[in-house]
Design a protein around this ligand. Structure first.
Ligand SMILES: O=c1[nH]c(=O)c2[nH]c(=O)[nH]c2[nH]1
Length: 295
C-alpha cells in the first residue's frame, strides 16, 4: 500500500438561514440570508488521529452567524461575510482561512409596514475569503432571467455532417444570468467598496449590456456584459458569467396552413432542455490573480 496524506479540506455549517427583522417604528425591514461557513487550517489531526482539539464545532459557526446578525446587524451580505471571516481567522489559531458564502433573498413590500412578498427575481450572492492577510470578495447574482425579442442573429457557424441548425438573422435571445464578479479590494488598509451601491450598479450594467448589445452570438453578449462592468466599475477586476441559452424555436405551423414568420407575430416553442451553456470570464488586464477557492 502506498502512503497517503490529507489533501484540501474544509468544514463548517452550510446554509444557515438567518432572517433579521429591524423595526423602524411601524415600518419593518427584512434581511434574509443563507450563510455557508467553510473553515480550513491545521486540521490534519481531526482527520487522521481523531483528536478534535483544533476543531471549532460547525454548530458554533452556526451560532456565530445568528449572534452576529443580532449584535452587529446585516448592513450588506459582503460586510456580514467579512465580519464573520475575520472573526474565525483571528479568533482561533487552528483556523487559517475562512470562506463565507451568502445568498440573499429579496422581500418586496405588500404594505408600507410589515407585510412582504418574497421577490420572485434573482438571488444575490457573495463569497468572502480571508487568509489572515488578503481578502477576496466575489459577489454576484443568479436566476436573473432576461430576454431580447430581436437584435439577435446566429449564422456563419461551422457546419459538419450533423449540423441541422438553420442560420437566423432574427431570433429571440433569452438566458438566465449567473454572474460573479471579483473585487479589486484585498487589504484592510485600503478603503472597502460601497457594497450595496456597487452591487446595484453592476446589476444595472449587466442588464444594460444585455439589452443594448446587437448580438451575433450569446458569446458576444457575454463578453459585452463583462466588459461593460469592468469599464464602468473600477472596483471590479473580473466578471464570470454562466449563460444558458434558453432556446426559443419558431414552431412549424405549415401543416395547419399558417405562416409563422418572425416579423409577423411569431409563435415560439420555449424549450427548457437541452440548452446551450455559454460560460466565460472577462478580466481586467494586469489584475492580481484570484485566490484559488475550492468548491
Ligand atoms: O449564441 C449562440 N451561440 C452558440 O454557440 C450556439 N450554438 C447553437 O446551436 N446556437 C447558438 N447560439
Amino acid at each position: 500500500m502506498s502512503p497517503t496524506r490529507l489533501g484540501q479540506n474544509q468544514y463548517g455549517k452550510a446554509e444557515t438561514r438567518v432572517v433579521r427583522v429591524t423595526r423602524d417604528g411601524a415600518t419593518h425591514h427584512v434581511k434574509d440570508l443563507n450563510v455557508s461557513v467553510a473553515l480550513s487550517g491545521a486540521m490534519d489531526d481531526v482527520h487522521t488521529s481523531g483528536s478534535n482539539a483544533a476543531v471549532l464545532p460547525t454548530d458554533t459557526t452556526k451560532n456565530t452567524v445568528f449572534a452576529f446578525a443580532k449584535q452587529h446587524g446585516i448592513d450588506s451580505a459582503e460586510q456580514f461575510g467579512i465580519h464573520l471571516a475575520r472573526h474565525f481567522v483571528t479568533g482561533q489559531e487552528s483556523i487559517e482561512r475562512a470562506r463565507i458564502r451568502i445568498e440573499e433573498y429579496d422581500w418586496e413590500r405588500i404594505t408600507p409596514e410589515h407585510s412582504f412578498v418574497r421577490g420572485g427575481r434573482e438571488t444575490r450572492t457573495t463569497e468572502v475569503t480571508f487568509d489572515g492577510a488578503r481578502w477576496q470578495v466575489v459577489s454576484g447574482l443568479k436566476d436573473l432571467v432576461v430576454m431580447n425579442t430581436t437584435d439577435s442573429e446566429f449564422w456563419g457557424f461551422v457546419k459538419d455532417r450533423y449540423t441541422t441548425l438553420p442560420e437566423t438573422r432574427d431570433r429571440v435571445l433569452a438566458t438566465e444570468v449567473s454572474a460573479r464578479w471579483r473585487f479589486h479590494w484585498a487589504r484592510d488598509e485600503d478603503p472597502a467598496p460601497q457594497w450595496q451601491e456597487s452591487w446595484a450598479e453592476v446589476r444595472g450594467h449587466l442588464l444594460d449590456a444585455f439589452a443594448g448589445t446587437y448580438s451575433l452570438s450569446l458569446q458576444q453578449t457575454l463578453y459585452a456584459m463583462g466588459d461593460r462592468v469592468l469599464e464602468h466599475r473600477p472596483e471590479i477586476d473580473e466578471v464570470r458569467l454562466s449563460l444558458p441559452n434558453k432556446h426559443h424555436f419558431l414552431v412549424d405551423l405549415e401543416p395547419f396552413g399558417l405562416k409563422n414568420d418572425t416579423p409577423d407575430s411569431a409563435v415560439y416553442f420555449a424549450a427548457d432542455r437541452p440548452y446551450g451553456l455559454i460560460e466565460g470570464t472577462v478580466l481586467r488586464d494586469g489584475a492580481e490573480p484570484r485566490i484559488p477557492v475550492t468548491d
